[in-house]
Design a protein. Structure first.
Length: 128
């Protein structure tokens, strides 16, 4: 399985890479939504999962989610917003745009794995 982590923070990309890597994902990284779309456009196989930050330069996470939902190649990719945006209205906007789930920073590895299990991407109880 493949995943892409889209976040302008190198440290956050590393944290998420470790968590999903422990769940068996091969992980790609992008520093913003535009870079992610460019990277995804050049792949033969689209990742099953995208972990997407909201606040990024060039193209933010909400714009990425909307673009991914409009692209037939990316439509089946599971999108999880991973962000500090914690207001209910922001969560509603992200889910309405097409995100499958929403994780608020800071989070634990266990919470992220539980969310992936909820989405059917890892076995329940896969905490490592």
């Amino acid at each position: 399985m493949h995943a892409i982590v889209i976040d302008d923070s190198r440290a956050m990309r590393l944290i998420l890479r470790r968590i999903v890597g422990q769940c068996g994902f091969e992980v790609l990284e992008a520093g913003d939504g535009r870079a992610a779309l460019d990277l995804l456009g050049g792949l033969d196989t689209v990742p099953q999962l995208a972990l997407v930050d909201w606040n990024m330069p060039n193209m933010d996470g909400l714009e990425f989610v909307a673009a991914a939902r409009e692209d037939a190649r990316l439509r089946d990719m599971t999108l999880v917003m991973v962000t500090t945006e914690s207001e209910q209205s922001q969560i509603v906007r992200a889910l309405a745009a097409g995100a499958h789930e929403y994780v608020i920073k800071p989070f634990t590895a266990e919470a992220m794995i539980d969310k992936l299990a909820l989405l059917g991407l890892v076995p329940t109880g896969a905490n490592t």
